[in-house]
Design a protein around this ligand. Structure first.
Ligand SMILES: O=C(O)C(=O)C[C@H](O)[C@H](O)CO
Length: 330
């Protein structure tokens, strides 16, 4: 009788623990805590706590304390870390089709980016991550990228010639800037500030919100507004960890991730609208590249754009084109 009672109790407990267990999530990101990434991470942590009534706890680790994006991606694949937000550019080594988001001048504005990223094209790419041991949840906004440097104002396409320009560890960025006559140097974000300060590189390109939050104005005199490519961030989870969660916990994290996406984009756009004036106030000399000069840059990059888009899976490129046409004719 006692044994039967114990068996019944174990059985009852067997079903309960999975639901009741507290879960701690280590969430890493590369930018500092003052950045739009930091704001998004804190919002996501609060939303997961709220939706799980405190059972799921997310600890956030900013400033690259858990390593640069590539290292964190590998930690997720190995199950040594639960979640992160980072660049899609460093996923191209795993899944070349993610290079579609690095194609210069693909999006003309944030509305197009949201529509395509949150539409069939963006979602289909997220699903390709499963096979790599990652779960792609949502896209946050890094933003439209612009140039900074410490050598000279860059106003024309020709002004790029010979500039030692740090780029992300990504073939599309490398080839694009090589085609403009600059000297692209791939480097992890975590090493960028020191490289600019030590002048091992002359310049870099990032959204104005990142230039501001990372205080690049302390080591860069010239800012050129080019908006040459829109960079998304991607919120990822470790698949091995994710598969161990209950369906209820997965749903909580999915819902919180979608809410964090909308929050972070809104926050990023508000911050972006104020950043250029703030950077001028910090002493940066700002040049807005004219449409004529941007067209020259695009023409220089055209062979790279054809090569990159030609190498994409047709279903990916066609889905992006169809989504773009949709939003442009809406
Ligand atoms: O490395 C860059 O320039 C990026 O835009 C990448 C991201 O900001 C990255 O997520 C920082 O870790």
């Amino acid at each position: 009788m006692k044994k039967a009672m114990l068996a019944m109790l174990a059985l009852a407990l067997g079903t309960v623990p999975a639901l009741a267990q507290d879960v701690t999530i280590r969430f890493g990101y590369g930018l500092n805590e003052e950045s739009t990434q930091g704001e998004g991470a804190r919002f996501l942590a609060k939303e997961i706590d709220r939706l799980s009534e405190g059972r799921l706890k997310m600890d956030t680790f900013g400033g690259g304390t858990l390593g640069p994006d590539l290292q964190m991606q590998n930690a997720l694949i190995g199950g040594a870390q639960e979640m992160m937000v980072g660049s899609t550019a460093t996923l191209v080594g795993l899944i070349p089709d993610f290079g579609v988001w690095d194609v210069p001048f693909l999006f003309a504005n944030e509305k197009e980016a949201d529509h395509v990223l949150d539409g069939p094209a963006g979602q289909a790419l997220l699903e390709t991550l499963d096979a790599q041991g990652l779960v792609g949840l949502v896209y946050w906004e890094n933003g439209f990228r612009n140039l900074t440097n410490s050598v000279r104002p860059i106003a024309t396409a020709e002004d790029l010639a010979g500039i030692k320009l740090r780029v992300m560890q990504n073939p599309v960025f490398l080839d694009t800037f090589a085609a403009t006559g600059a000297s692209p140097i791939p480097l992890a974000f975590s090493e960028l500030f020191t490289a600019l300060e030590m002048r091992t590189v002359d310049g870099q390109e990032n959204p104005v919100t990142t230039i501001q939050s990372s205080r690049f104005f302390e080591v860069q005199k010239y800012l050129t507004i080019t908006n040459h490519v829109y960079s998304p961030w991607i919120v990822l989870a470790s698949k091995s960890w994710w598969d161990g969660l209950s369906a209820a916990d997965q749903e909580v994290i999915r819902q919180a991730a979608v809410a964090s996406r909308d929050f972070e984009r809104e926050y990023s756009r508000a911050a972006s609208s104020k950043a250029v004036e703030a950077l001028k106030a910090e002493g940066m000399e700002v040049t807005v590249m004219t449409p004529e000069e941007l067209a020259k840059v695009a023409a220089m990059a055209d062979p790279v754009i054809s090569k990159v888009t030609g190498a994409l899976s047709p279903e990916v490129w066609n889905a992006v084109q169809a989504s773009l046409a949709e939003v442009r004719t809406a």
